[in-house]
Design a protein around this ligand. Structure first.
Ligand code: NAD
Length: 349
């Protein structure tokens, strides 16, 4: 057996295969101590089954931590599906996935993630009720969770700019990597707030359109970590900060939506040692899952606003704990999340 982490081994895996529908994926269920394992469905290109499974495990663990830190009655899970090579019927594929979600009888709750959208969730919902992120009904939470994620990240950034740079966001330059659902919404919020933007995305059409809309500068994706900006906001995929890339960071703050931005815990320590404030992704990107929880639990929109706008306060608590313990913020966040899960496990016992 290869070198797997404890979390990868502790996770429950459900292999998803339906050749006719083109379904090839895995659901990773990391914890149900605080409630159903909730986390989106990623639809992405993976070179191998093993890479897909390892990614699902890491994302599922991140969801456990994120949900615990956002004080939601939810555990952590994630589905990862491989994009089929060649032609496929998208609705058929997501309906097949919905049947797999249904088999877990509510232990896993799915929603959007990278590569999936409201239409896919609608297809899933014809097979199971354990899905959120459905088309919005007026007055009720639902729909694409991305604007909520962007709102939470924006709130955290505004707090960090004042607290750690001593100036408002309007006087800051923010570099965003990935201007998709979340990064695009974040760019528009920042632009409306007067911040200067530098944008990078592998999708050159999307990038050019948003740069024109927001008057942003455009950067090469390979240069992202070394961009001279006040704040770096990774909003594409994970694994942005490894040993080599942390050494290249010139910004004072890292605060973005991408899940699992650090390659390892040690990279958070490296950033802290260089005096760079890393806002743990699992703390600042919970806006979307708060909206998903609201849809699932029947909360109203005012409750979603209250909880999403509480992101900066929750971040402040994590940073205070990091200071108190003299550890990097990512370690403080992980410790706090594990404590909450342990308390939940003890209460359920
Ligand atoms: P998305 O697919 O809409 O956008 C991702 C964007 O990143 C795309 O425009 C893509 O072209 C770009 N991209 C991919 N690789 C890149 C690279 N190497 N360099 C630059 N750009 C690249 O996804 P999204 O929903 O906006 O999610 C973005 C990130 O935020 C993901 O890591 C996701 O897990 C995380 N996240 C999303 C939500 C949500 O509500 N959607 C919630 C929490 C966390």
């Amino acid at each position: 057996m290869k070198n797997h982490t404890r979390d990868e081994l502790d996770t429950e895996y459900f292999v998803l295969r339906d050749e006719e529908a083109g379904l090839d994926g895995v659901i990773a269920l990391h914890s149900t101590a605080l409630g159903p394992g909730a986390g989106g469905c990623r639809f992405w290109h993976y070179p191998s089954r093993e890479e897909m499974t390892v990614d699902a495990a890491r994302l599922a663990r991140g969801m456990t931590y994120k949900n615990a830190l956002a004080e939601l009655p939810l555990g952590g899970g994630k589905a990862v599906l491989r994009v089929p090579e060649g032609q496929y019927d998208r609705e058929k594929l997501f309906r097949a996935f919905g049947r797999e979600v249904e088999k877990l009888r509510g232990r896993y709750l799915t929603a959007e993630d990278v590569g999936t959208c409201v239409t896919d969730m609608e297809a899933i919902s014809s097979e199971t009720k354990h899905v959120a992120g459905l088309a919005q009904v007026p007055g009720r939470p639902g729909g694409d969770p991305s604007p909520w994620t962007a709102r939470g990240v924006f709130g955290a950034m505004r707090y960090l700019a004042l607290e750690h740079l001593g100036r408002p966001l309007a006087d800051c330059t923010v570099a965003i990597q990935g201007v998709g659902n979340v990064g695009g919404a974040l760019a528009r919020l920042l632009h409306a707030g007067g911040a200067k933007l530098i944008l990078a995305d592998t999708n050159s059409e999307r990038l050019a359109a948003l740069a024109t809309q927001t008057g942003a500068e455009v950067a090469a994706t390979s240069d992202f970590c070394s961009i001279k900006a006040d704040i770096l906001a990774p909003c594409a995929l994970g694994g942005v900060f490894g040993e080599a890339s942390t050494a290249r960071v010139r910004a004072k703050i890292v605060c973005g939506a991408a899940n699992n931005q650090l390659v390892s815990e040690q990279d958070g320590v490296r950033l802290a040692e260089r005096g760079i404030l890393y806002a743990p992704d699992c703390v600042v990107n919970a806006g979307g899952i708060i909206n998903v929880a609201a849809e699932h639990l029947g909360w109203d929109e005012a409750e979603v606003v209250r909880r999403v706008d509480g992101t900066a306060e929750r971040l402040a608590r994590v940073l205070a704990r990091a200071d108190q313990l003299d550890v990097a913020p990512n370690l403080a966040a992980d410790g706090l999340a594990r404590e909450r899960v342990r308390q939940g496990t003890a209460l359920a016992a």
